[in-house]
Design a protein around this ligand. Sequence first.
Ligand code: FAD
Ligand code: NAD
Length: 328
Amino acid sequence: MNAPIAIIGTGLAGLSAAQALHAAGLPVELFDKSRGSGGRMASKRSDAGSLDLGAQYFTARDRRFVEVVQQWQARGWVAEWDPQLYQYNQNGLQPSPDEQLRWVGAPRMSSISRALLGALPVHFGCRITEVFRGEQHWGLQDAEGNSHGPYSSVIVATPAPQATALLAAAPKLASAAASVIMEPTWAVALGFETALQTPVQGCFVQDSAIDWLARNRSKPGRDGALDTWVLHASSSWSRQHLDLPKEAVIEQLHGAFAELIGCAVPAPAFSLAHRWLYARPASAHEWGALADADLGLYACGDWCLSGRVEGAWLSGQEVARRLLEHRQ
Ligand code: FAD
Ligand code: NAD
């Protein structure tokens, strides 16, 4: 029996693995606890239009990823974003242009994951709580108490802290995942009725509660009547204010934004806050992916490499490569 391969997580790493395995003729079945795909690269639909609350843009440095991004561009899934970049530090706000090519999903970040998922079989709103080994195959248990399977192999493509328990059948993999510390990020979106009087479209920030801010409408294809900004708090501020109520997070980051942006900042007509508990690995690794190929249990994700969109995609490719190599 040609049992499918279960992939837990439809972020870029899980989708990258799914694509590679599907292209090699192997059946896959995906699971995600969320209502849609994309994970930390997802976009949130809101009263202020579609907002990229997680990944803001991505760069492509590895030759393999550069080629893939060019294909995505040709299909209209991504577009170049060339913002008026600034930096802010103790010397104040200054233009900080550079030559780096930056990409965004078009017309929203989630366009990429939606296109990659295509018609692959997926269970959304399905949080997997256990990965168990039967006599010959793998099975999954979800939070509602339902069992899924049988599967020939399982790929865990969640952030490391969520992967640890799912990898319990392979203790070495579980302990590698458990060793990865992932830092939180508070994200806030603010929408203003009147456009702010500033040329800033993106800004790398130091010496503030904020470490990044972007003007939504400067990205290609973004609509919305309001002038909407996405602010990301630094890891340390987010860690120190992990349990602050959302209203207080909005108020504090609005204050920090008003202090640094160098123009009048009125009360926003729209605001929201989102807490990413496992936003980024505290340090990079060079694992590529984790595998117990004899057992048929694997893990991938940005935390196996660089903690960036590119790292997530490369890790998904690597896990698929290892699985296919073992089957030859
Ligand atoms: P994820 O995208 O986290 O996907 C994991 C998926 O697993 C999720 O969809 C989740 O719902 C699902 N899942 C988890 N547990 C379970 C379970 N038990 N059962 C079922 N499903 C489960 N990168 C850049 O390159 N540039 C940036 O500008 C950038 N900015 C960022 C800003 C923020 C605020 C954040 C949070 C991240 C940012 N990143 C950025 C990082 C980038 O988003 C990630 O590296 C990348 O998206 C990770 O992909 P992934 O597939 O490894 O994990
Ligand atoms: P990148 O090359 O644009 O940025 C890398 C880093 O270089 C920036 O963080 C910044 O410190 C610096 N930098 C780059 N261009 C600059 C400029 N013009 N002026 C001043 N400083 C500049 O992109 P990348 O290497 O693909 O990194 C991805 C980005 O995603 C990083 O900024 C990273 O912090 C961010 N990220 C954020 C989270 C989160 O949870 N908030 C998680 C993962 C990644």
